[in-house]
Design a protein around this ligand. Structure first.
Ligand code: GSH
Length: 230
C-alpha cells in the first residue's frame, strides 16, 4: 500500500518548503518506499487531526497516522527493518539523535534569514496566520527581523565549521553513503533554497558540495523541486 505524507506547500502546490518534511521525503526514498505527498497549508489543521498534532510531516501508513519527523524516522526503521537502514544500526541510531537536534537548531538559525521570503510564498489562506505566529515568536515584524541578514551572514557561516570540517573529510555524515543524519541536516538547507534566493552558503563550501550531492540522490528527487539557484 502506498504511504501518504502531508507535506507543507506554498501558494504553488508544488513548492514544498518544510525542513522537517524534506528529511522524511529523503528517508522514504532511502527505504525505497513509494509515497504520495499531499500539499498541506499551515491552517489546514483539521486534515491532520487524526495524528494528534498540528504540524507536518504527518505520515499515513494504512490506518496508522504518525506525526513528528523523528518519530516517523523511528517508525520507518522499526516497521521496515529489511529495507536499507536509516541509522546504520543501534549505535548509529543513538548518534543520529544529535544530528536530528542539530538540524532543529539549524532551522532556528536559518529562519531569521528567510522569514520574509517564506511570507512571500505562503498560500493566501496562511498569510495572516504565518505573519502573526512568527512575529510573536520573533518579537518584531518579519521585515525588521530579516533586515540585517547580510551583516549576520559571516557569523552564521562561521558557526557551521564543525559540519564543514566533517564534510571536508568524508562525502556524507554517514560515511561513503548518506544516512538519516544527512537527510536531517540537509532539510534546513533545502528549505532555504526552496523559498529564498539568499545565498546562505558560499560556492566551494564543502557544505554546499555535500548539499548538491544530496540534491542528486534518488534520481534528483530534491533537485526536481521548485527552488532558487543558490
Ligand atoms: N518537531 C516537529 C516540527 C514540525 C514543524 O514545526 N513543522 C512546521 C512546518 S516546517 C509546521 O507544520 N508548523 C505548523 C504551524 O506553524 O502551525 C518535527 O520534527 O516534525
Amino acid at each position: 500500500m502506498t504511504l501518504r505524507l502531508y507535506d507543507l506547500a506554498g501558494a504553488e502546490p508544488d513548492r514544498r518548503f518544510s525542513p522537517y518534511c524534506w528529511r522524511i521525503r529523503l528517508a522514504l526514498a532511502h527505504k525505497n518506499l513509494p509515497v504520495e505527498t499531499v500539499p498541506w497549508r499551515f491552517t489546514e489543521k483539521a486534515e491532520i487531526a487524526p495524528s494528534g498534532q498540528e504540524s507536518v510531516p504527518v505520515l499515513v501508513d494504512g490506518n496508522r497516522w504518525i506525526g513528528d519527523s523523528w518519530k516517523i524516522a523511528h517508525y520507518l526503521e522499526e516497521t521496515y527493518p529489511d529495507l536499507p537502514s536509516l541509522f546504520g544500526g543501534p549505535i548509529g541510531r543513538r548518534l543520529t539523535t544529535y544530528y536530528s537536534n542539530l538540524a532543529d537548531s539549524l532551522v532556528s538559525a536559518i529562519f531569521p534569514f528567510v522569514a520574509l521570503d517564506i511570507l512571500h510564498h505562503v498560500d493566501e489562506r496562511d498569510r495572516a496566520y504565518f505573519r502573526a505566529s512568527r512575529e510573536e515568536r520573533a518579537g518584531s515584524t518579519l521585515e525588521a527581523f530579516t533586515a540585517d541578514r547580510d551583516k549576520r551572514l559571516p557569523s552564521f557561516r562561521a558557526s557551521l565549521r564543525p559540519l564543514r570540517l566533517t564534510l571536508s573529510a568524508q562525502p556524507f555524515f554517514g560515511g561513503e553513503h548518506p544516512l538519516y543524519a544527512d537527510y536531517a541536516v540537509f532539510g534546513p538547507f533545502q528549505w532555504a533554497r526552496c523559498i529564498s534566493d539568499f545565498a546562505l552558503l558560499d560556492n566551494g563550501d564543502p557544505i554546499k558540495v555535500w548539499r548538491d550531492r544530496l540534491l542528486d540522490c534518488f534520481g534528483g528527487l530534491a533537485r526536481a523541486a521548485p527552488a532558487y539557484g543558490v
